[in-house]
Structure formats: C-alpha cells, structure tokens
Design a protein around this ligand. Structure first.
Ligand code: NOJ
Length: 754
C-alpha cells in the first residue's frame, strides 16, 4: 500500500516537473493512479496547491455580509478562489458551514477546508489544565479528558486541535509549562500518546474525533531563562533523550499533524530547520501527516536574522519541510515565485499538498465536508452532565497533597468555625486557566460554591483583591499591589477561627503563552496576608492555585497542611471541597519539581551527577552557598490520607537485555486510596554520562486499608538503552541501579548486572 502510494507520488512529481507546474488536468487520470488524492493533486494549479498550504485566522463573521475592502476582502477572494486550505479560530456550526460552503461550492476543485482550534483541556466544559491532569498519572483518565474535548469541539464544527503540547520543560518560570506534561520524557511520552488517542479515537473519519497536533517541534520548552519565545540551545544527548521522545511517541500513535516552533534551536529557527523536519520527523521517523507552522513563525525568521525577507522565509520554510503556513502569509505571497525561480522544488510542494489532502481525506471531509456541522449535536455541547462528572473526577485526581502535619486534613463537615480567606476562593474565571477559547468567563465552580454545596458552615473573607483590572488572554495581568481593602478584616476573622482555609496562588492568566515569571512566589499581597494570618492562627490549610510550580518554602515551614490545586477547570471548587473534606483521598503526584528558590531553576530530578556531587566540608563541590541543592518537593511527590509501605524489592535479569522487577505495596493506613508506584533506573557506567535516576515505569493501584499488592515491571532494551552523542539509540550492558518508591526521592534500591 505504502509502496503504491510512493510510486504514485513519484509519478505525480515527475508529471508536475514536466508540465512546468502548470495545470495538469488534461493528463489521463488512469495514467497517474487510482489514488483519489493523487488524482486531485494532479488537477491542481500551483496557486491552488499553495492555497492548501495556507491557513488563515478567522477574518470575518461569515454570517454577516462579505468583506468588500482591505485585507479581509483579499482573504475572502483567496477563499473563493481555492487559495485557503485551512482556517483557525472559527467555531460554531453556522460559521464553519458557511465557510465550508464557499470552499466546496465556489472554488474550482471544491476542496474542503480543515478547521483548527486550540482545544487544550476541554472546549466548553473545561478539565484541569494539562499539567494538572498529568499529576493524576492516570493515562485512561487523561485520554478520556481529551476525548471529551474532541466530542465538544467537533460538535461545534472543529475537526483539528493544536494539542497535545508535548514540550518537556524544566523551568517553572516558563508560563507554558501549564500546557505540557512536565519535566519527564517517559511520562510525557505516555501522556502525549494518551492525548492523541483521546482526540483522534480509532477512526478519524467519525464526526466526534478530531486530528491532533504534537507541538512545538522542537525545543520550545527549553527557552533560555524560561522567557517565552527565547532561544533554545541544547546538545544532541538532551535533544534525543529528553526533547524528542514525546514527539516520536505521538508519531508512533499516528498523530495527524505536528506544529513547529517559534524558537531557534541551536541557532536555527525551528520553522526553517530541515534537519528536524525533513531528516528526523519525515525521514527517520516516517511521519506521514503534515507540519503546520506556529502562528507567524515563518515570518519571524526575519527577526531571527535567518531570512532576509518574507520571500526568503517562504523558501526556507518550504525547503525545510514546513507544510502549512499559519498566518505569516509567506507561502500565499511568495511561494509561487519561489517555485518559478527554482528556489523551491515543486516536489516539495506536491509532497506538502498530498500530506494535507490525506489528512482531510482521513477526516472524511471529501465524503462529507459538513460532517462536523450537525446543528443537533451542537446543541448538546454546553450543558453535558457526563462531562461535568468527568472533569470533576479528573480534577480530584489532579490535586496533590503536599503537606499534612498531624492529620490536619481531611476536615469534617461538622467542623466549627471555619474561616475561608483569599480572593481566589471566590474566583469563577481564574480556575479555568488561560487556554480556553471555547468556554465562557465565570463558568468555574468556585471554592466557595464547592463548600456551600457540601453544606459546610464557614465565614468568607476575601482579603485584598488579587488583580486590579479584569484579566484577559491578550493583555498583561495587572496585580493589585496597593489596595489593602479587606486585609485587616481577613486577619481579624482568622483570629477567631478553629481552622483557616487560605486559597492563594496565581491568577489563571498569569500562566500560559507569553506569561513567563521571574518570581515564583504568591503575587500581590498574598504572602503578606498568609504571614499575618499565621501570626494569629497556626491552624492553616493552604490551597494553592497555580499554572506552574510555585516556591512554597515559607508555607512548608509554617503551615500544617498544603494542597496543590492548580487551575482545575469547570468543576474546580467541587473537586477541592471533595478533597478537603475527605470524600476523595488525594492521589496526585507532581509532574514537575517544586523548587525551594527560583534561583535553583532549571531544577529537575533526572539530572547528571557532576564530578563533585558532595556534600563536602570544603566549598569545592557542586552546590549553592545560600540554598540547598534539593527541591522543596521532588518530582513524583504527593501524599495521601492513608499511608503506604513498600517492601520486598527484587530485580532479576530476565534476558541479556531485560530486567524483571517485583515489589509489594501495602496500605498500612486507615483509608482506601490509590498510590502511584514509581520505578526509576540508573545506568551506572556508560559511554555517555547518564542521569542519576530516570523514570522507566509506574503503576497506579487502588488499595483498601490493610491490603497489599505485588507490582511487577519489565524493563527491556527500550527502557535500559539511551541515545548517544550521535543521536543513535544504544544499549550497553553493565550495572544498573533499580529504584522503586512513592516519588523520585524516597526510593528503595537494588542493583543488577547485565
Ligand atoms: C501560538 C501557540 O504557540 C500555539 O501553540 C497555538 O496553537 C497557536 N498560537 C494557535 O493559536
């Protein structure tokens, strides 16, 4: 099948070259192939081909009059003449249908449009932000969450999402960590696959599945200093062992598209990087989908000092393997000239177009271009009870219990004198996060509402406002730094409380794209408020809402209970109340290291040892003179209301390149709970220094009080090997340390020789 396709493609390319890129409709169709997409390609003019490679942002309210002048008019003309292959940010059946009708009925070849949108963690109903979901370590639940997003978005005309983001990041300053799977490539790969399965289902042509996008290829999460869009400079070993695996995993899961990135990687803008796109992705990995640029990233190669002008950018991007241009107008304006002048080979254009057509075909758009335009289905989207249950469940699983001294938690609903403090406790928008184009402000259940729904008696004092102007997706968040209204009243109420629940953290619009921070503390007056409350009442339960790891060192030293509650989406307050009052026993584990101080960042668990790991009495070891090397909370960390005991670790060689690991985990506490059992390895001596530990397996198990389970893992060459300095995957026999435990720090260890 693949061979036939290749042969057909070859023929098309040959024919296109002979015909000097002019129309080829006079060719006998049987002469070319029986493949309808190849036949279609053969009928297309160069302009139409480049049209398929062009994506426009929604430029006009298609239910209103057609644009008569300016840019919108030009885009409208392009749409009508078959020079637009895709649109983004158009949603709603009416809108989508109207535009699709133009593409199908008014253009010469009637090729349908593919409609893309950022469906990141749900659409109308919002699940927790992606990073939070990963804290569940529950791959089925993560898949179901993506499935729900696809269900909702597809009912509104969308057939393509720009997700999952699979950028590994070790830097909490980078605002987009909220959108990824954290710092670990093993976990990140499995999560990426689960999300692709969720979005795409088993049959892309169904009207409730959508094409997924693995983004941003590559290195975007390694932006220097955690500043968004910044350069990334990464060696081969890190590129192959850490950054690329989640992308490869998505390709193996048949992800339909890949998005390149804004950043330079080792000096080359990703959009113009032939090595990444042609050699690795389409070459070595055999990726058969298409590559979409990031927004305007083609044109940004000019600012990068890589392209001299937009035409040059078009040439570089097309030659490097970028198939579709999102909003930089480079292809639509200059690609035809570039082909005519011989700067871009028509075979590249044909390859790109065929890839795009094939995804449209897989989506079933050639059979029915209005497949995603079902008005009846659309009506079911906004209020779907099953979806509310699903996201509440996901939200509970995403919560991480960071500290619980003297069993402060769970609270009893009979508890007297609860005082709730913090502006975020009443927030109905912030818990939705920043990436939620399809949902409406004010639709999250607040913490206050969650407590009320449990009939808990409490007093609420907001304290000072967190922000001083309404926040939005496109503007900087303005934090309130001087209006102290409510500060004293909150402290006064805290004084009389038996327990104070403080809900503090970042606003939802403080993380996400373009939202890097240098300070990882609580913004505004929140830290001051926390300290003032502590002066009058020790019994504090701190609920932290954030889109990234924050520095919680003061809280860890002064507050008995801390709950990491991220931005948990639509059912946020209900899920938090479920955990605070013990209806759900927390089981979340951190997918990113929480630093003690921002100066430790980038900080991550799978680091190299250095030649001087220390500690030593003299200064000459790898350390800080003013802070420990250790994080506050390590990767994989999270507590439960029950306690687990690990015992009986055994590792035996099950072959020359494989190890079987067994251990027993027991619930020695009083409550049923789920534990994420984690397996790490270290390759002790290798031709490339290997990290001190690397996650290579995990299992989430449910244990009743007093119950024990044997957990087994099989490590194969795949887990035991690594990529060397040439980017080649190798396995080297020798000594391996095998470690198991409840997080990346507290591990039982054994060694084995292969
Ligand atoms: C820019 C972001 O980097 C990318 O992730 C997103 O999909 C596009 N904008 C489209 O909204």
């Amino acid at each position: 099948m693949i061979e036939t396709k290749k042969l057909s493609l070859f023929l098309v390319i040959l024919i296109s070259m002979i015909s000097c890129h002019k129309q080829t409709q006079n060719l006998s169709e049987t002469e070319i192939s029986n493949d309808p997409m190849v036949e279609l390609l053969a009928k297309m003019t160069l302009e139409e081909k480049i049209g398929q490679m062009t994506q426009y942002n929604g430029f006009w309210d298609s239910t209103g009059p057609a644009p008569k002048e300016g840019d919108a008019k030009e885009k409208y003309d392009h749409l009508k003449s078959g020079r637009v292959g895709s649109m983004l940010n158009v949603s709603g059946v009416k809108e989508v249908r109207k535009l699709q009708e133009i593409a199908v009925k008014e253009t010469r070849l009637g090729i349908p449009i593919i409609f893309g949108l950022d469906v990141i963690h749900g659409h109308k109903t919002l699940a927790p932000i992606p990073l939070a979901e990963v804290a569940s370590w529950d791959l089925d639940a993560i898949e179901q969450s993506a499935r729900m997003g696809a269900e909702e978005a597809s009912a509104r005309g969308i057939n393509w999402t720009f997700a999952p983001m699979v950028d590994i990041s070790r830097d909490a300053r980078w605002g987009r960590v909220m959108e990824g799977a954290g710092e670990d490539p093993y976990l990140g790969s499995l999560v990426g696959k689960a999300r692709v399965r969720g979005f795409q289902g088993t049959d892309l042509s169904k009207n409730n599945t959508i094409a997924a996008t693995a983004k941003h290829f590559a290195g975007y999460g390694f932006a220097e200093s955690g500043r968004d869009y910044n350069a990334a400079d990464v060696g081969t070993v890190t590129l192959f062992n850490t950054i690329l695996p989640p992308f490869k995993a998505c390709v193996d899961e048949n992800v339909a598209t890949v998005m390149n990135a804004f950043n330079t990687l080792n000096g080359i803008p990703a959009t113009g990087d032939e090595y990444l796109q042609r050699d690795i992705l389409k070459g070595e990995w055999g990726f058969e989908g298409f590559i979409i640029s990031d927004w305007g990233s083609g044109a940004e190669m000019i600012a990068h000092g890589f392209a001299k002008d937009l035409e040059h950018a078009a040439i570089l991007a097309a030659n490097a393997g970028s198939d579709m241009d999102m909003e930089s107008y480079a292809f639509v304006k200059h690609l035809a000239t570039a082909v005519d002048s011989g700067h871009v080979d028509i075979k590249h254009i044909d390859d790109s177009v065929l890839r795009i057509l094939r995804i449209k075909e897989a989506l079933g758009l050639f059979d029915d271009p209005y497949r995603y335009c079902d008005k009846e289905r659309e009506k079911t989207v906004p209020y779907h009870e099953d979806h509310a249950t699903l996201v509440r469940d996901m939200a509970k699983k995403s919560i991480v219990l960071l500290k619980n001294e003297d069993r402060t938690l769970p609270l009893s609903t009979e508890q007297k004198n609860i005082v709730v403090i913090g502006d975020l406790a009443q927030e109905k928008t912030s818990p939705l996060g920043s990436w939620r184009i399809g949902s409406d402000d004010g639709t999250a259940i607040s913490v206050i509402e969650g407590l009320e729904a449990k009939d808990v008696k409490f007093k609420y004092k907001s304290g000072p406002a967190l922000i001083s102007q309404p926040a939005s997706f496109i503007n900087e968040v303005i934090i309130n730094k001087d209006d102290r209204t409510g500060f004293d009243a909150a402290v006064k109420a805290a004084k009389k409380a038996d327990v104070v629940v403080m809900v503090l953290g970042e606003h939802g619009f403080q993380s996400g794209e373009g939202r890097s921070r240098t300070d990882l503390g609580f913004p505004g007056m929140q830290q001051e408020l926390l300290e003032a409350v502590k002066e009058v009442n020790d019994n504090i339960v701190l609920v932290v809402m954030s889109g990234r790891p924050l520095v919680l060192t003061w809280a860890e030293e002064n507050v008995p209970a801390i709950v990491q509650a991220w931005q948990l989406g639509t059912e946020s307050g209900n899920a938090i109340a479920d955990v605070l009052f013990g209806e759900y026993n927390p089981s979340g584990k951190l997918p990113m290291t929480f630093p003690r101080d921002v100066g430790q960042v980038p900080i991550y668990y799978n680091k190299l040892n250095t030649g001087r790991p220390g500690p030593s009495d003299l200064v000459f070891w790898s350390h800080y003179i003013d802070e420990s090397n250790n994080p506050l909370y390590p990767f994989g960390y999270g507590l439960s209301y029950t306690q687990y005991k690990y015992s009986g670790l055994k590792a035996v060689a099950s072959g020359p390149k494989s190890i079987t690991v067994d251990l027993t985990v027991s619930n020695v506490g009083e409550m049923a709970g789920e534990e994420v059992v984690q397996l790490y390895i270290q390759d002790k001596v290798a031709s490339v220094s290997r990290p001190i530990k690397e996650l290579k397996g995990f299992e989430k198990i449910m244990l009743q009080p007093g119950e024990s389970k044997v957990v087994s893992f099989e490590l194969t060459e795949q887990e035991l090997g690594f990529f060397n300095t040439k980017g080649t995957f190798i396995f080297e026999p020798g000594e391996f340390t095998v470690m198991v435990g409840p997080n990346s720090r507290d591990l039982s260890t054994t060694t084995i020789e292969l």
